[in-house]
Design a protein around this ligand. Structure first.
Ligand code: NIG
Ligand code: FE
Length: 395
């Protein structure tokens, strides 16, 4: 059953061969969806026939957001930590331990319910692909169950046993790295596509360059793709290690040296910026313009987690990227869609061109620019229009 989606005032394809600029913009556009896949895009005046027709009434259509960095399997609440930060406390990752304790205590059903409600919250705001990390279990069994639950909602699952050194391993970091790279990795790899590590030069909680290298190479040997929490709290080895090992993404990139930027520009690793973290930890934002000028591929993601940033809104991150990091609205939207897809090494999402997944997000706006122009306003009116062939836009 094919569906012609028409009445699109502005269509973002992210395919420059289909329209104007980096976003491949088409005005007065139409899309044909067939079996959950985009079959045709172009000017409405040239649209082919289809089995049925949906008119979105002069709204903008964008590819669903690709949120390539989120921590959604957890229990507990850290709003008090946020309040303390707003009164001057610094974020150093130390609060992660309290989420670990609450997560270990929680039942599978409680974790699943929280995870599913966060994924639903994201979908309601236009996110159609999400990556989900473990990292709040930090025992063999708890990490494996967090990943098993994550795999119920997304194929983009990431093993983050090397999030912090848990309390019971205090002062025994090397032994914990042995656990992560040995039995924990073996138990988690069947449920994970990726491995990640929180790498910092000097942190009481995270992992230094040597430990991060051990974690990433073990993950690579187990067949996992690589991602790195890099250079969040200070400049350090994370970004260069990510590029050297061919990681798909170096995330945060808040504190970069010239060498880091050069490495990213010369490699295949996407720089994933998480401006919600700087907002929620009241920290200086990453220098997005420096990365873009160097030709680095930039993605935007939420980092949705109970500690450093508890937003599920990609639109909010787009608005922050424009207002605080001086990205254009087009650069920010590209980073939140095609950039996220690049960070997950996916070509079937983050764009609306023939063959791509029909993840259409219809905005209650005539143009994508409204995502930044109307911060905090829930602009996603419908998702996956024409996907089911029902003819009824659904949320
Ligand atoms: O990406 N930096 C490490 N991990 C998360 C925060 C997790 C937490 O504070 O609970 C981050 O910011
Ligand atoms: Fe994170």
């Amino acid at each position: 059953m094919s569906t012609l989606v028409t009445g699109i005032a502005e269509l973002v394809t992210n395919d420059p061969s289909l329209g104007d600029g980096q976003l491949g913009l088409v005005s007065e556009a139409a899309v044909v969806v067939d079996g959950g896949t985009v079959a045709w895009v172009g000017p409405a005046a040239r649209a082919p026939e289809a089995d049925e027709r949906v008119d979105v009434g002069g709204r903008a259509v964008i590819p669903g957001f690709v949120d390539s960095h989120a921590h959604l399997v957890f229990a507990g609440d850290r709003s008090a930590e946020f309040e303390a930060r707003m009164s001057g406390a610094r974020y150093d990752g130390g609060g992660i331990g309290s989420t670990v304790a609450a997560t270990r205590e929680a039942s599978d059903d409680a974790l699943r319910a929280r995870l599913r409600s966060l994924v639903a919250e994201m979908r309601g705001q236009g996110t159609t692909t999400v990556e989900v990390k473990s990292g709040y279990g930090l025992t063999v069994d708890d990490e494996a169950r967090c990943l098993r639950l994550a795999a119920e909602v997304t194929p983009e699952t990431t093993f983050l046993g090397a999030h912090v050194v848990p309390a019971e391993y205090a002062g025994r970091r090397d032994e914990y790295v042995d656990l992560v790279t040995g039995p924990m990795l073996a138990a988690c790899a069947p449920y994970a596509r990726w491995i990640d590590v929180f790498c910092e030069a000097a942190s009481a909680h995270a992992f230094d360059g040597a430990a991060a290298r051990a974690v990433l190479t073990a993950g690579r040997d187990a067949g996992l793709g690589l991602r790195v929490h890099a250079n969040q709290l200070s400049a350090g080895p994370g970004v260069r290690l990510a590029v050297e090992l061919g990681a798909a993404s170096a995330d945060h990139c808040t504190h970069l040296t010239d060498d880091d930027v050069d490495a990213l520009a010369g490699g295949t690793t996407v720089a994933t910026l998480l401006p919600g973290v700087e907002f929620s930890t009241r920290s200086p934002y990453p220098d997005a313009r420096r990365l873009l000028s160097a030709g680095v591929t930039v993605a935007l993601a939420t980092d949705c987690n109970p500690g450093s940033c508890f937003t599920s809104s990609m639109a909010f991150c787009v608005a922050l990227a424009v207002r605080e990091m001086h990205m254009t609205a087009a650069e920010a939207l590209w980073a939140a869609t095609a950039g996220g897809a690049a960070a997950l090494r996916r070509t079937d999402v983050g764009r609306l061109c023939p063959g791509a997944r029909a993840d259409l997000a219809v905005l209650e706006a005539p143009s994508f620019t409204h995502l930044a122009y109307r911060p905090g306003v829930p602009l996603v009116r419908a998702l996956n229009v024409g996907y089911s062939g029902s003819g009824h836009p659904s949320r």
